[in-house]
Design a protein around this ligand. Structure first.
Ligand SMILES: Cc1cc2nc3c(=O)[nH]c(=O)nc-3n(C[C@H](O)[C@H](O)[C@H](O)COP(=O)(O)OP(=O)(O)OC[C@H]3O[C@@H](n4cnc5c(N)ncnc54)[C@H](O)[C@@H]3O)c2cc1C
Length: 335
């Protein structure tokens, strides 16, 4: 068996305007694991022009920054990413290669694991590094956590559940990362798929982890028939719909729309929380959201703690009225 280093590598996602809401937490977690393994922490950033982000990243606390700058990396292509990263991992053999359990992470990592023949654990809530690497992930809708270990001596891959990442880097970085260029001819990577165009996603189908605006619906909607009003409202304001667990359990929304500890964490600019009591299992999933607005008929509902705007109202009366009001406004009636 070819042994690997003790290094921890992170794949970061470059987004418009930055590295995304969870990059700090991922770097912080990577640092903890690299220190436990007495290895180095390396961050990988791919894109056509990563210049601005590199400056921020050089001081993020990583020891090395691998940058792949190529026009062919302007858009995420699963085969190109898997091939490029597969070569890198084969060459450098980090002990751990990690990324977020985001839509991209979920698409890429199984391909990468298959490309290099490495073990992969998705949606980890914790990783402990010692002689062995121990991964913990929820199973059976969060009722159980499975703990698994990967064989020693090889690279292991994992995606990390954003809700369990630390808030931000705890210590000021003591060094500036060494920047290393990834030498690769992206145009020479053979692909079987061509991406021909991008269609703007329907907010109804957009992954709630990536959505800019989220309308989250809770048990307070009461009868199932009331849900149509929330669909109309979400459509009108260009929001993705999510829900608390009872709404998912009752089959109104599919499981991938559940927000919370055993669902997904959202980082939306605006989250409108309708008829949700504010259980900690739920609020775990909205910690990184921007402006939070809660509507609840109970003034004492715990959801009203730690939000930006609280509205004491019956959602089944307010949401249809609000929808009609916005419609009138956008149609020029504006009353
Ligand atoms: C291991 C485990 C994991 C869990 N994971 C999750 C998870 O990931 N996500 C999650 O959401 N839950 C999770 N739960 C469940 C969680 O504990 C709560 O039971 C759940 O979040 C409650 O959902 P809710 O707020 O929609 O419903 P409820 O607690 O029933 O609250 C409904 C709210 O609606 C309000 N309301 C009622 N009628 C109206 C109206 N007409 N207008 C306005 N407001 C109204 C009420 O005042 C109330 O505050 C988990 C539980 C366990 C044990």
């Amino acid at each position: 068996m070819v042994t690997c280093s003790n290094d921890v590598w992170l794949l970061l996602e470059a987004e418009e305007g930055g590295l995304g809401a969870f990059a700090d937490g991922l770097i912080c977690e990577g640092r903890r694991l690299a220190d436990a393994l007495r290895g180095e922490l390396a961050a990988v950033l791919l894109g056509p022009d990563t210049g601005e982000l590199e400056e921020a990243l050089a001081e993020c606390g990583a020891d090395r920054l691998y940058r792949g700058r190529d026009a062919g990396l302007a858009d995420y292509h699963p085969e190109i990413y898997a091939s490029l990263l597969g070569e890198l991992v084969r060459e450098h053999r980090p002990r751990l290669f990690l990324t977020l359990d985001s839509a991209r992470g979920a698409d890429l990592m199984p391909r990468l694991a298959a490309t290099i023949g490495a073990p992969l654990v998705m949606n980890c809530t914790n990783i402990e590094a010692g002689e062995e690497i121990e991964f913990t992930k929820p199973v059976q809708s969060g009722r159980l956590h499975a703990v698994m270990t990967a064989p020693a001596g090889g690279t292991s891959l994992a995606t990390l559940n954003a809700e369990y990442l630390p808030e931000a880097a705890t210590a000021a970085p003591s060094q500036i990362a060494r920047v290393c260029d990834i030498e690769a001819d992206v145009s020479a990577i053979a692909t079987r798929l061509d991406i021909t165009s991008y269609l703007k996603a329907d907010p109804k189908t957009v992954d709630i982890r990536e959505a800019e605006i989220v309308v989250a619906v809770g048990n307070g909607i009461g009868a199932r028939e009331n849900f149509a009003a929330f669909e109309r409202f979400a459509e009108l304001i260009g929001a993705a719909l999510g829900g608390s667990r009872p709404v998912i359990d009752s089959g109104i929304l599919p499981h991938e729309r559940q927000i919370g500890q055993t669902g997904r964490a959202i980082s939306a600019r605006l989250a409108i929380l309708c008829g949700i009591s504010g259980s900690e299992y739920f609020t775990k999933g909205i910690e990184r959201a921007g402006t939070k607005v809660a509507i609840n008929s109970d003034r004492e509902a715990p959801i009203f703690k730690d939000i930006d705007l609280g509205i004491h109202a019956d959602i089944n009366a307010l949401i249809p009225k609000l929808t009609a009001h916005i419609k009138r406004g956008t149609e020029g009636g504006g009353r």
